[in-house]
Design a binder for this molecule. Structure first.
Ligand code: NAD
Ligand code: WQD
Length: 339
């Protein structure tokens, strides 16, 4: 497939890797990002990886004039919509910012797409919409019960997209529910660069291994799991973005509303992740068991069958690769893009 793809949030962690996968697949890429949680350096590095720097527009998805200008300058075939705020704890403290950015921002984007006649959309949703599942693996038809304002913004946008597609059956919309993205491009030049204290496990482990933090705090060892620590479905970011290229191909071929998990189908505990990272990096990752983190669940992993059936996509990179690629990025860029 070819054509121009607008990538909102394309300077961010997943978006920057998506730019690489899209350019490699032959697409022209335009990125719209307000850089609230990212650096334009990531896009320059995408250019070094693929030989083409994505066109960059610094702007906000809530800025209708900015979006109209992008759509009038480019014949956009489809939009990959990554832009948004994503920290669960922050969303509890700042719910209005989350509803404004994630929900209002998506509405403005949809309106601008409708005006421009762009009808193909891939949306970044999250496994967080399932809340605490009754059973695992999690299928797409499971009950949705998000437990944070962040998760509720994702469910709301999912609902808006469903209503919009009913009203506009010639649109094609794919709602991708990601499990736990980790890892980095294997070249080690782009990766996850959290600002301040990392909320997620993998960047925290990487910062301990590289010596920026003394130890990891493991949030609880009394869950009903094999070793008592939380179990998640970690998915390599390169697998994740290859899944987006497949989803893009799928939405460009047919109309409809599609909802698809992107995960591996494997559960990994916190202690298993620490051991895997120590093996991959050759560094010790000291840790201390502390109390459970409020709102955490014991176990969460995907049933990835639908993605295999509809997209002919499945994750192929294993836990060792996730850790090796994270480590290569972290060791070469100990302070992220500011290094
Ligand atoms: P990220 O913060 O690295 O990337 C998001 C990007 O969007 C950033 O570059 C940020 O500057 C930009 N942005 C934020 N608000 C914007 C706005 N109003 N206008 C324009 N740009 C804006 O996050 P990520 O990990 O790459 O996540 C990408 C998407 O995937 C998000 O929608 C997130 O909710 C979703 N998601 C992420 C995870 C995860 O664990 N990383 C899991 C599930 C879903
Ligand atoms: C994983 C495991 C923690 C940090 C979050 C969001 C979710 C999605 C992905 C966006 C858990 C344990 C963690 C630490 C620890 N994001 N942990 N010490 O909570 O599954 O999902 O990111 O959509 O919405 O909620 O990921 O990486 O924070 O935690 O012990 O310092 O690691 O308790 O068991 P989570 P995580």
């Amino acid at each position: 497939m070819t054509g121009t793809v607008l990538v909102t949030g394309g300077a961010g962690y997943i978006g920057s890797h998506a730019c690489v996968a899209l350019i490699d697949a032959g697409y022209d890429v335009v990125v719209l990002d307000n850089l609230s949680n990212s650096s334009a350096v990531a896009l320059e590095r995408c250019g070094s990886i693929c030989g083409t720097v994505p066109e960059f527009v610094q702007g906000d998805i809530r800025d209708r004039q900015c979006l109209d200008a992008v759509f009038s300058r480019h014949t956009v075939r489809a939009v990959l919509h990554f832009a948004g705020l994503k920290a669960v704890g922050e969303s509890v403290a700042m719910p209005l910012e989350y509803y404004d950015c994630n929900v209002s921002g998506s509405l403005v984007l949809l309106e601008a797409m409708a005006k421009a006649g762009v009808k193909n959309l891939v949306f970044s949703s999250s496994a967080t919409v399932y809340g605490d599942p009754a059973t695992v693996p999690i299928r797409e038809d499971f009950n949705l019960a998000p437990t944070s304002p962040y998760g509720r913004t994702k469910r709301m946008v999912e609902d808006i997209l469903a209503d919009w597609q009913v009203a506009n059956p010639d649109w094609s919309i794919c709602r991708l529910r990601y499990f736990n993205p980790v890892g980095a491009h294997p070249g080690g030049t782009i990766g996850e660069d959290p600002q301040g204290h990392p909320n997620n496990l993998m960047p925290f482990i990487a910062q301990v291994a590289v010596g920026q933090r003394d130890k990891l705090f493991v949030f609880g060892d009394d869950y009903a799991t094999s070793d008592g620590t939380g179990v998640r479905d970690y998915i390599h970011v390169m697998d994740l973005v290859e899944g987006h290229v497949s989803a893009l191909d799928y939405v460009c071929r047919q109309t409809g509303l599609h909802t698809i998990n992107l995960g591996t189908g494997n559960g990994v505990s916190v202690l298993e992740m620490i051991s895997a990272f120590e093996r991959a990096s050759g560094k010790a990752v000291p840790y201390e068991i502390v109390a459970r983190r409020p709102g955490d669940i014991a176990t969460c992993w995907a049933d990835p069958t639908l993605a295999q059936t509809l997209l002919q996509w499945r994750a192929s990179r294993d836990l060792a690769q996730m850790c090796q690629d994270t480590w290569r990025w972290q060791a070469s860029n100990p302070r992220g893009y500011a290094s």
